[in-house]
Design a protein around this ligand. Sequence first.
Ligand code: UDP
Length: 486
Amino acid sequence: MEDQKPHHVVLFPYLAHGHFIPFLALAELIHRRYPTYTLTLVSTPLNVQNLLSSLPPTFPIRLRALPFSPSAHGLPSTAESTADIPFDLFINLFQASEALKPAFDQLIADIIQEEGRPSLCIIADHFLGWTVQVARKHGVFHSIFITGGTYGTAVYFSLWTHLPHALTTSDEFSLPDFPDTRIHRSRLAKNILVADGADSWSVFLQRQISLCSGTDAVLANTVEEFENTGLRMLRRIMGIPVRPIGPLIRPPAFPSSSTADKNFIIGWLGLHPPGSVLYISFGSQNTITASQMMELAMGLEASGRAFIWVIRAPVGFDIKGEFRADWLPEAFEERMRERKVGLLQHGWAPQLEILSHPSTGAFLSHCGWNSVLESLSRGVPIIGWPLTADQLYNSKKLVEEVGVCVEVARTNIESTRVERGEVSRVVKMAMGETEKGREMRRRAEEIREVMMGAWAEGVGSSVKGLEEFFRAVGSMRKASGVRAPG
Ligand code: UDP
């Protein structure tokens, strides 16, 4: 902690729950280690309102809302986060986020005017590459914060940079940037497969990726010893140091569920032996199809293993709408409840508390990066069912490189057939019925220890990463206007 002079750090996450979580965790971490720094988190009005109502007043950040008009971008008027919209509208939200630029520019100008010329430092999401331009205009240090895994992000960046892929005829191909990395065609989400460089997804993502390359530094929510391949790849793409400062997990002060739900679920888990319950969730923004839900339900029942399934309306239905019993086998929910075998949690679950409970033995996950870190930091192995974006590469890494995951399916929004027999087989295996499942558990336990080590005082790689980062910010200040190297 060499540079103790106070900074004002402006944090700007993308408009998605899975991005707010690591940014809040980062804010809490910076506050813990550098208590004199001022922290401001920027978002849109509804997101700020939600944060104000869920964060305790003592949480050490100021919140600033930028004016935002979702309906000007073809979004419902209250859609300010990916959790509010179906996947089809994700691109509209991306485009809408770029319209925040003038208001963000003004905010930075106001802070500089109000506080004299403070040591401002912007830490922004990699989907908000345009914030680099604002930082340059005001002579402010800028860092990208990669909230995903470095392997998944490097592959994702590389795929979007080298289009098109529609002509890819072989089942497996090498990434142009990384010839040793072989990608199977089934790991191309539909929007990448049809992208030609002129479609909205390509235009948005290529622009943000290119703008990100003008940043001064890169922080990543990962651990050096856990992701050395991914870090090597991302460092090559970015051309400047990428500092891992993870695992940054949801801060305890940021509640994930109502206390009543939490108590009930923890009580239910307590009825089951250690390592015997499978937890199932597809994250905050994606769902599976109705027919996949049906097969998953039948596969779970056939496996005979206990489970908690966070269940929401399938693809094509209002994500926040009424749940229909006919999406599941007849009387499935009642049957599971009576036998105390399965608990369906409608809507939202206290995920971190479930993964931290000794009765939880495995996690069937879409492999969103927060879920991956939450699971492995608790020593819980994963059954992968990636649905889109970097999830498809996070899962690949966990299967092929880390050995803590087995895939049960791979969807790319359009859908893949999932078969109940396969679900049952994989669930039984991952729950420790076979040697492979037991080995996954051992590996997950090893990764848990690696992750804990990253925060060992004085020696942990993430401790050092954060210290180096603020040294780089400080050295830029000393050079009075001259950009510091990373
Ligand atoms: N989450 C939760 N309860 C739920 C669903 C999700 O607490 O019912 C949290 C989960 O713990 C994680 C985040 O939401 O912190 C999801 O992030 P992730 O990167 O795994 O996936 P995304 O939602 O971004 O696809």
